[in-house]
Design a protein around this ligand. Structure first.
Ligand code: ZN
Ligand code: ZN
Length: 411
């Protein structure tokens, strides 16, 4: 297929299989200006499927860098209401809607700028956008994230290639791991069907604890939240419409209990935190809280991440990804969570997903905390799956089940 055909399929995939736009819905698209052609493809796909209106929010990362560098911190922290309202007016208005976020950014966009300034500005923005964020975090409406390469991102992933070649190679890699070749919508409908079977099996096991061990020294017990649910591939909005929130996706994930995590875990891939790397790090948990940590590189950053708020020292997600994942097979560090988290089993420091406990979407933060679902303004996925990771699950009836053997599903 030509690049044009692949890009057409990619747009069809994001809109018709990803957000799964319905007749009469409004589609909100967030995208970098470099994704113009894909945005047009997505808008056409949405109208084809009967969308009422497509509303686009463009961003320009170079401009974001200029602003971060040149503007005073007080101004950066003063996030005006209209920014969130420019979304909420559509979301809360008549009819129903869906959000497609097209992401692609330089992992080191803010390199050289004062770290504390970046953290304070991003925390202020997160806080100011909390109500909007809740619509996707709680899957109240359909949403989906897909990626587009940007020049600086591609150069970071493929540093030995010329800029144009690096961008082309990253496009090809994204198309490969996103199952775009052929009829992308059909590919995804079939893949989602297969993945639902395994998800249902894992839910039927009624697991209450997972025990991770790897030869790198990982020995971690993760107690799961009360009434936890395993999710993966697709979710359902409040209106009952099925959608695929992340493309690509290889994970099955659920809510750990915020107070029941014990042991030691070693990272198996670098973590990209606001553009900088935290590498070869270790976390020690006691009763859910990180009580000790170390990192060969980026220890100070890890400290800042853990100190963001109370919930940043606890985990809100545990996800299982086999070593055979096509993203892992590429053996590339993408410097982008959407891809890197789908290469390996991971845990996330910070906020849990309400949808990972029964009825969670309708619960208050307090109620969710009672179930064990963590709360924080951050949600940072860190990779812990190794080629020889074993995972044994403890079921509610006291029996055990081997979930992973040598990095692969054991059933
Ligand atoms: Zn995940
Ligand atoms: Zn996550």
């Amino acid at each position: 297929m030509t690049k044009e055909e692949l890009l057409y399929q990619y747009g069809q995939m994001a809109v018709k299989a990803g957000v799964n736009i319905q007749k009469g819905q409004t589609l909100i698209i967030n995208a970098p200006i470099s994704a113009r052609q894909l945005v047009r493809n997505c808008a056409l796909a949405a109208y084809e499927a009967g969308a009422r209106e497509v509303v686009v929010h463009y961003s320009d990362e170079q401009l974001s860098r200029i602003k971060m560098e040149k503007t005073d911190i007080e101004v950066l922290c003063d996030v005006k209401d209209w920014i969130q309202n420019s979304y909420l007016e559509y979301i809360k208005g008549e009819g129903s809607r869906a959000i497609l976020s097209i992401t692609g950014s330089d992992p080191q966009l803010y390199k050289g700028i004062d770290r504390e300034k970046i953290n304070r500005a991003s925390a202020a923005k997160m806080k100011a956008m909390a109500e909007y964020r809740d619509y996707t975090m709680a899957s109240r409406i359909q949403w989906c994230i897909v990626a587009v390469p940007t020049e600086n991102w591609a150069k970071k992933v493929f540093p030995d290639l010329e800029r144009d070649r690096a961008v082309e190679k990253l496009w090809q890699t994204i198309f490969d791991v996103s199952r775009v070749e052929g009829d992308a919508v059909k590919n995804w409908k079939e893949y989602a069907r297969q993945r639902r079977v395994r998800r249902d099996k894992v839910n039927a096991m009624k697991l209450k604890e997972l025990h991770f061990t790897s030869s790198n020294g990982t020995d971690l017990y993760i107690g799961l939240a009360d009434d936890r649910l395993w999710g993966g591939v697709s979710e359902y909005s409040e209106a009952g419409v099925e959608f695929i929130p992340n493309m690509p996706t290889e994970e099955l994930f659920t809510a750990p209990h915020k107070d029941r995590v014990n042991g030691v875990v070693h990272s198996t891939k670098p973590y990209v935190y606001n553009g900088d790397l935290i590498e070869d790090f270790t976390l020690v948990f006691k009763d859910g809280v990180v009580v000790d940590y170390d990192a060969k590189k980026g220890k100070e950053l890890l400290k800042q991440l853990l100190e963001t708020d109370e919930g940043a020292k606890r985990i809100g997600e545990v996800a299982l990804v086999p070593a055979s994942s096509p993203i892992n097979q590429k053996n590339i560090l993408f410097y982008n969570t959407l891809f890197d988290e789908n290469a390996s089993c991971h845990i996330a420091l910070g906020q849990g997903y309400p949808g990972t406990v029964v009825g969670g979407e309708k619960m208050s933060v307090r109620k969710l905390l009672e179930k064990g679902v963590n709360d924080s303004i951050v949600h940072e996925d860190i990779m812990i799956g190794a080629r020889d990771t074993d995972i044994v699950g403890l079921c509610e009836d006291g029996s055990t089940v081997q979930l992973f053997k040598n990095g692969q599903w054991a059933f």
